[in-house]
Design a protein around this ligand. Structure first.
Ligand SMILES: Cc1cc2nc3c(=O)[nH]c(=O)nc-3n(C[C@H](O)[C@H](O)[C@H](O)COP(=O)(O)OP(=O)(O)OC[C@H]3O[C@@H](n4cnc5c(N)ncnc54)[C@H](O)[C@@H]3O)c2cc1C
Length: 281
């Protein structure tokens, strides 16, 4: 199918972009890897498409204070290979190895992935787990949205009409922290049937903080503090299973997804602990 008619606007500055986005039924175009298929299938039919790829101030990856800032037009591939990301927020790279295929990662943006709020997206889980800040601009000015308030449902965020995401900041984690992202997908690069990101803090060989974010099992990532149960596999599974509500669809039953989560949670925590130990040494 062909997309319905739309006006294409390519602003040269953020003020120009926010003016274009004030028009009714407007939509941001970033890497186009999720939006273009939606347009072609007419599941999205915006009247105005605002292409943000000319906003060079939104390119790049930088340390800003105690956070790592990723600009809205940084591609997945740049995030996957950038040394600052590997040094400060390795979970982003651990997650991105599971995202799609090289040709999609060359064009798709990591911030666009978060703005898209796909409950099966690895980076939604990373943003939720790490407590990222989503930076937003509109004709009303700028504001920051904490990740836990940003994801409100499947493909639904708390962005208001006329707002767009200029970048996302992630807290920098010292070497006593370790992380991991594991998932099961039907083929490598497909969206996960279920997946788990884990973040642990290790002090003197003991885990002193343990949190997980589970994706593809609810409308938004499910973040759970598991420090009280992380050494007792039965209690760990009971706690996790009581907080997820996976669906049955054509790819997997809800019961199968629960089984995957049981295994993946243990695997993610084990890997995160081992990554913390190797980061310190
Ligand atoms: C075959 C295939 C497999 C894939 N597999 C995976 C996978 O395994 N895991 C995964 O996470 N993703 C996967 N993706 C999606 C891919 O990661 C996309 O690149 C990503 O979801 C969206 O990024 P984008 O820059 O392409 O955004 P676009 O497609 O341009 O936009 C997507 C949506 O987000 C909005 N948006 C984008 N940027 C902004 C912004 N700055 N401010 C406000 N709104 C914005 C758009 O308006 C649109 O609604 C896959 C895609 C394909 C085609």
């Amino acid at each position: 199918m062909k997309p319905s008619r739309f006006q294409y606007v390519r602003p040269a500055s953020i003020p120009e972009a926010v003016v274009a986005l004030q028009r009714s039924n407007s939509k941001v175009l970033a890497g186009g890897q999720s939006l273009t298929p939606l347009l072609s299938m007419r599941l999205a039919a915006p009247e105005v498409l605002v292409d943000i790829n000319g906003l060079t101030e939104l390119a790049g990856i930088e340390v800003r204070g105690s956070e790592l800032w990723i600009g809205a037009i940084a591609r997945h591939q740049e995030v996957l290979t950038h040394p600052l990301v590997g040094a400060h927020v390795p979970l982003l790279q651990q997650a991105l190895t599971h995202v799609a295929h090289p040709v999609i990662r060359n064009r798709g943006t990591s911030v666009g992935s978060i703005a898209h709020a796909d409950p099966a997206g690895e980076l939604t889980a990373v943003a939720a787990l790490l407590g990222a800040r989503i930076h937003v601009a509109s004709a009303q000015g700028v504001r920051d949205i904490p990740a836990k308030e940003f994801f409100v449902g499947p493909l639904e965020s708390s962005l208001l009409h006329g707002e767009f995401v200029t970048g996302v900041s992630f807290p920098i984690f010292e070497s006593s922290w370790g992380s991991s992202c594991v998932e099961i997908a039907r083929r490598h690069g497909d969206y996960a049937l279920a997946g788990v990101c884990a973040l642990v803090h290790v002090d003197g060989g003991l885990i002193t903080s343990a949190t997980i974010a589970i994706f593809s099992v609810a409308g938004t990532p499910v973040v759970i503090d598991v420090i009280d149960v992380c050494d007792e596999s039965e209690k760990l599974d009971q706690k996790v299973q009581s907080l997820i509500e996976p669906d049955t669809d054509i790819h997997a039953t809800a019961e199968y997804r629960r089984q995957l989560v049981k295994t993946l949670v243990v695997q993610a925590l084990t890997e995160a602990r081992s990554n913390a130990e190797s980061r310190r040494s």
